[in-house]
Design a protein around this ligand. Structure first.
Ligand SMILES: CC(C)(COP(=O)(O)OP(=O)(O)OC[C@H]1O[C@@H](n2cnc3c(N)ncnc32)[C@H](O)[C@@H]1OP(=O)(O)O)[C@@H](O)C(=O)NCCC(=O)NCCS
Length: 122
């Protein structure tokens, strides 16, 4: 079975959440590695928004396979390899349940929006 998920988000909404809720918001949604990666770029909110969209797109694809799954953003980690290409790591109980799944992700962002598409193969 192959399922797809996609998401688009306004960069400004993510920037506002970071400004308003700070570390509390960041640590609820992102891993330490994701936070470090995004903060290492000139416009962090674009990268945070990209990772947020990526998590949502993975969530959509997973829920279209199993609608009863409990999926939280901090169980989905998006990391970049040395070429910059993004990859998905599922953490905790979600990682256990979905350990045989193959997940591919693509991310893009501009000043206003970030978008991502995920494909899950089981
Ligand atoms: C990869 C590339 C197409 C990205 O396009 P872009 O228009 O600059 O940026 P976009 O907003 O569309 O996409 C950015 C996202 O692409 C993804 N990306 C980066 N490099 C990638 C790659 N090699 N393959 C697939 N996806 C990649 C990342 O997820 C990135 O967002 P993130 O850093 O927040 O995770 C562009 O950088 C490119 O052509 N690179 C050529 C390879 C290169 O220069 N590599 C340098 C490092 S060795």
């Amino acid at each position: 079975m192959i399922k797809v998920g996609t998401d688009i988000i306004e960069v400004e909404r993510v920037r506002e959440s970071i400004e308003r809720y700070g570390e509390k918001f960041l640590l609820k949604v992102f891993s330490l590695g994701e936070i470090q990666y995004c903060r290492g770029h000139a416009i962090p909110e674009q990268h945070f928004a990209g990772k947020f969209a990526a998590k949502e797109s993975v969530q959509k694809a997973l829920l279209s396979i199993n609608p009863t799954l409990n999926v939280w953003p901090n169980q989905i980690e998006i990391f970049n390899d040395e070429s910059g290409s993004p990859h998905v790591r599922l953490l905790g109980s979600l990682g256990e349940i979905c350990r045989s799944y193959i997940i591919e992700i693509s991310v893009s962002h501009v000043k206003e929006f970030a978008t991502a598409t995920a494909i899950v193969m089981i």
